[in-house]
Write a protein that binds this ligand. Structure first.
Ligand code: ARG
Length: 564
């Protein structure tokens, strides 16, 4: 609520003798809402007034008289605390939501600068597991949040489509593969082959040599081997895209690791030219100091590595997008990789090195034993999503059997529940996946937020507020109304904070609080049964909540059905 700060700064100019540009950044939000909406610390005035800050605060509180903006001004120690007039605040927040609609909470602070977000990035020929779900939903939400704040977000799927494992898969396919099975269930078949390679490899050490041989062929550009790899890639990507479609996600680029193959020589040369590399037993490494193990750029057999391709991709992305930030939404198990990778950029003296950020997250654990990971078996995301939709359909069938288009709503609710179940946790923590918890319509869940939204839609279907009538800030007198209005006013801050911390969970928590405040309000303040101005005011408030809930869900990548 920056413009309130502007107005407060104006009020404070005369009594403090400071300019408004000096005052505005000093205004803070007190840690405890009971203290007031804004606080001004008087430390800065002590020298000019030759008085202790607390005395200045007490004196100024007495001197600042009536003001149409302010309910009251008090002092607490060295702080001057302001309580804005509720009616002014209410009218202000509601008029902004009414005018800006879905754009409420957005800003232009990004100024069109690029934020490159590397997310999802699954490995070809391997099942898309729930582990990759986290990266996918966090990255997608960050993409929407940054876009909302005026950045040019670029979503990149850095597919794991290159590396020594492809030599292994090709070996296994040549020995035991079946074209029919490959076409029927490409990822399932390729993963089976991969597991079998490792099982048989324990008995037969020659397999590893064979794997290296085929990877070398691949790197040399051998036609037949490349064709096979291309088939594996195409089939896998087709499967991944099916999942992205279920989730409603798309990428600006699918340039995976293989895209950088013909750039790796020049990438290595660029690093060598900085004089930070050395040979060690035939391999090329960069020493990264005492605390971080050296970074291996090229093995003694000439093979490059995951990190080499990441370095190449970073150069390419900087050249292409001139990014203000480059985010890597990748599990916390790769913290060391990103430390090494970023350290190399830093040692190279690149001015943009510190614009790169690892956005790590914890593991997903399953509470339901049946879905837990077994040896050689991964929990498939698609199974999880299907089950979520099925369970939602059961719940809807029970709660609202006459609902039209149940299937579509069940998809929105089931998928929303999985996404919200993930995003409502601080990303760095491990998540426990518990079916009952994520689908609980009255818990801190996606369905609870969606249900609150649908409930408002149903109220407004019966009577819509006038969108042109003047806003009556004085009509809101109940404490539930006040709490709800203030919470609406905090939405823009929640969005900014989510971006600053790269944590969609900030918005998820915000929505839980907003939905709860709404339900409190609705419980205590009749809407459709109220009369005249009061009714109009409450309808408008409900409408504003509806918009913010829908927009908040959108920023998380979740749909907001109007009925459920
Ligand atoms: N494919 C990798 C994995 O599944 C993740 C890649 C993340 N992105 C990156 N630029 N390293 O573990």
């Amino acid at each position: 609520m920056e413009h309130f700060k502007e107005q407060l700064a104006l009020i404070l100019e005369e009594p403090t003798g400071l300019g408004r540009e000096e005052i505005q950044p000093l205004l803070e939000v007190p840690p405890n809402v009971d203290l007031g909406d804004y606080a001004f610390p008087c430390f800065r005035l002590a020298r000019a007034f030759k008085q202790p800050p607390a005395e200045i605060a007490a004196r100024l509180a007495g001197e600042l008289g009536e003001n149409p903006l302010l309910e009251r001004v008090t002092s607490a120690g060295p702080y001057l605390n302001f309580v804005l007039k509720r009616s002014v605040l209410a009218a202000d927040i509601l008029s902004r939501i009414r005018q800006e609609g879905q754009a409420y909470g957005s800003s232009s602070r990004g100024g069109g600068r690029a934020v490159v977000i590397d997310f999802s990035s699954p490995n070809i020929a391997k099942p898309f597991g729930v582990g990759h779900l986290r990266s996918t939903v966090i990255g997608h939400s960050l993409h929407r949040i940054y876009t909302f704040l005026g950045y040019r977000a670029v979503g990149i799927n850095h597919l794991g489509d290159w590396g020594t494992q492809f030599g292994k898969i090709i070996t296994a396919y040549k020995r035991w593969g079946s074209k029919g099975q490959l076409n029927r269930d490409p990822i399932g078949h390729l993963f089976q082959l991969y597991v079998r390679f490792h099982e048989e490899g324990e008995k037969n050490p020659r397999l590893d040599d064979e794997g290296r041989y085929w990877f070398k062929k691949l790197e040399e550009g051998n036609r037949e081997t490349l064709d096979l790899w291309q088939t594996f890639r195409d089939l896998s990507l087709r499967e991944f895209k099916r999942i992205y479609q279920i989730l409603g996600i798309d990428f600006d680029s699918y340039q995976g690791e293989s895209f950088y193959n013909d750039r790796l020589d020049s990438t290595i040369e660029e690093i060598v030219n900085k004089g930070i590399t050395r040979e060690s037993q035939g391999a090329l490494i960069v020493d990264l100091g005492e605390d971080i193990p050296p970074c291996l750029l090229r093995k003694s057999d000439g093979a490059t590595l995951y990190v080499t391709r990441d370095l190449s991709a970073a150069f390419y992305r900087y050249e292409t997008y001139r990014f203000a930030k480059a985010l890597y939404v990748v599990g916390a198990d790769q913290i060391l990789h990103f430390k090494q990778f970023f350290k190399v950029l830093e040692l190279m003296g690149l001015e943009w090195a510190d614009r790169c950020r690892h956005v790590p997250f914890g593991l997903v654990r399953f509470k339901d034993g049946k879905m837990s990971t077994r040896k050689g078996k991964v929990v498939l995301l698609e199974e999880v999503l299907n089950k979520a939709v099925q369970l939602s359909l059961d719940i809807i069938g029970e709660k609202n059997p006459s609902l039209a288009d149940k299937e579509r709503v069940a998809r929105q609710v089931g998928i929303g529940a999985v996404i919200f179940g993930d995003l409502s946790n601080d990303r760095i923590k491990d998540v426990e996946f518990d079916w009952e918890k994520i689908l609980d319509f009255s818990g801190e869940t996606g369905p609870y937020i969606q249900y609150s939204h649908a409930r408002i839609c149903s109220i407004l279907r019966r009577e819509a507020p006038s969108q042109t009538a003047p806003l009556q800030g004085e009509a809101y007198t109940a404490k539930e109304e006040e709490a709800l209005l203030l919470q609406l006013g905090r939405f823009p801050e929640a969005v900014e904070r989510a971006a600053d911390l790269n944590k969609p969970s900030v918005i998820a928590r915000y929505l839980v609080d907003l939905a709860r405040d709404f339900n409190q309000f609705y419980h205590h303040c009749p809407v459709l049964k109220a009369q005249g101005d009061i009714k109009q005011a409450r309808l408008l408030l409900a409408d504003a909540v509806r918009r913010v809930l829908a927009q908040g869900l959108y920023l998380l990548g979740i749909e907001a059905p109007e009925e459920m």
